[in-house]
Design a protein around this ligand. Structure first.
Ligand code: TNX
Length: 519
């Protein structure tokens, strides 16, 4: 509707006039094609237009609201070209986008928000700062896609009058980036964070170590990065984050209400660490750096005390620079670790994580060990393991490869990715419900949903975008929107409408034939 309006008008003053008239004539305005779909939207007559004198305001003394106001201004200024000054003001003065933290509204929870758009202005309310941030993401999608441009656009910045009340289904909505198989620098990771946060995801899981590379500086074991970080799949130069760079990523993520979960995979997937320090392996043979893509051939020596001293040091340093509550210890595909040793190993490592005040996450194989209270199990392949975890009282993160893996090819023609878990087209990635996927794993057992991107075949940011879009917005919606409000046919329309946004954001997405993409 607004694109048509934009075409009809072009000039700002005339468009203002027409926008008003159009809204006046319209009986009921269609709800905007938002992703994730909000809980409750009620359209009203009229609209608000952001113009050269619009201000962004917050209540005095609300620093968190101010931070979100700055973030919103940062989104709107480049494309609108307006100054959009930020300040405090009384609630009822017009032409402002007002961000308010309210104490009372417990129905909004930790991440919910209430967005009210009238012809006088916009009021966004939330009980917690994250709610304001998500309200801003919604507001962003209510504006014409041109708002995403980095240069001044001559669009009419009209937002239809409406009320939105919204809050997420799950408190854990994540994406994982494997920076071990191919390394991605700080700039790429920041863009990845911006892209997931735009769809209201709040977790970034970084897979920081694997056979092909060790990507985080550990000051007490410097060869991990010196040697273990020096290559990647295909033999490129690899790379790693210094602790300062990691902190920069964590802080950037926090400014987007995203919590970073660092993963050190063990006892398998450890060739890079073993090459750096051969004593971590039982046989003191020399190992060589690995640049292939096979899995399951390496293991730490589970019987040597030195192995646990090493792990203690790594977890201590990592915990000290990770404000989030979780440390992920991997545990997948340890094919050359005898089962009894694996169990003993996991029983010894879990307390080391707790010692540094963090909660364990492990891939579903970890369910074979005794699970510490609060250990979280990530379901990726084996439903039996995950059910066993639930029986042992663990909460589960749902990341089934056949639905949620972003590295799995869309179809047989996809130029990137793997297909060991079949093919995952956009409809397939969307049409499932974590709470009914596996009998024996119910809503109450589930912490949330995560979409992992493994990078054996992913080399550039462009590659990342192609595999992540358009599937990630669907997984984000599974995490955010209640299942009763989700339907593929209806979602398909909203996803098609996102194309203009993807383009304006410079996202190289896969134009799936399952969707009619808006031109
Ligand atoms: C399985 S998922 C793995 C990874 C691979 C991925 C490729 C998991 C816990 N292990 O090591 O990268 O498949 O899709």
């Amino acid at each position: 509707m607004f694109n048509r309006l934009k075409m009809m008008t072009g000039r700002l003053t005339l468009s203002h006039l027409l926008a008003g008239m159009f809204a006046f004539c319209a009986q009921a305005q269609e709800a905007a094609p938002l992703i994730p779909r909000p809980q409750l939207v009620s359209s009203m007559k009229g609209s608000f237009t952001i113009d050269a004198s619009t201000r962004i305001t917050h209540s005095p003394g609300q620093e968190a609201a101010r931070a979100t106001a700055e973030y919103l201004a940062g989104l709107l200024r480049p494309s609108t070209g307006y100054p959009l000054p930020i300040g405090t003001s009384a609630p009822n003065t017009g032409n402002q986008i007002r961000l308010e933290l309210v104490a009372k509204d417990s129905s909004l929870g930790a991440e919910g928000y209430h967005l009210s758009v009238t012809s006088r202005g916009i009021i966004l309310k939330a009980s917690k700062p994250a709610g304001l941030f998500y309200g801003v993401q919604t507001l962003r999608q209510l504006l014409p896609a041109a708002v995403e441009a980095q240069t001044t656009q001559s669009a009419a910045w009209v937002i239809p009058a409406q009320q939105i009340r919204d809050r997420p289904e799950y408190g854990f909505r994540g994406a994982m980036l494997d920076v071990a198989r191919h390394f991605f620098g700080v700039t790429d990771v920041k863009r990845f964070i911006d892209l997931i946060a735009a769809y209201k995801m709040n977790i970034l899981h970084l897979h920081l170590s694997d056979d092909q590379g060790w990507r985080i500086e550990i000051k007490s074991w410097p060869k991990l990065t010196e040697i273990g970080g020096s290559t990647q799949v295909g033999g490129g130069k690899g790379g790693f984050y210094t602790q300062e760079q990691y902190k920069e990523i964590v802080a950037y993520a926090a400014s987007r209400h995203v919590t970073v979960i660092p993963e050190i995979d063990m006892p398998g997937h450890t060739n890079a660490a073993i090459v750096s320090y051969p004593e971590l392996n039982c046989r003191d043979t020399t190992h060589v750096l690995y640049t292939g893509t096979a899995v399951g051939f390496s293991t730490f020596c589970t019987s040597r005390p030195g192995t646990y001293k090493f792990i203690d040091d790594v977890l201590r340093e990592l915990a000290a620079i990770t404000p989030g509550p979780w440390l992920h210890i991997g545990g997948d595909e340890s094919h050359v670790t005898p089962k009894a040793d694996y169990i003993q190993f996991m029983n010894k490592v879990q307390p080391l994580v707790s010692k540094y005040g963090k909660q364990v996450i492990g891939w579903d194989e970890i369910a074979h060990a005794s699970l510490q209270k609060n250990t979280v199990v990530q379901y990726w392949a084996d439903a039996g393991n995950s059910k066993m975890a639930v029986k042992k009282g663990a909460k589960v993160i749902i990341s089934p490869a056949k639905k949620a893996y972003l590295d799995i090819q869309y179809d047989s023609t996809t130029r990137l990715g793997l297909h060991w878990a079949g093919y995952v087209e956009v409809d397939n990635a969307y049409q499932w419900d974590p709470a009914t996927l596996e009998p024996g794993i119910g809503r109450k057992d589930i912490l949330g949903v995560e979409a992992p991107l493994w990078t054996e075949t992913i080399i550039t940011m462009d590659d990342i975008e192609y595999m992540v879009f358009p599937r990630l917005p669907g997984i984000a919606e599974i995490g955010w929107t209640s299942p009763a409000l989700r339907d593929w046919k209806e979602y398909r329309e909203r996803l098609g409408a996102q194309a203009t946004r993807f383009r304006a954001m410079g996202i190289d997405f896969y134009p799936s034939p399952k969707v009619d993409w808006k031109k």
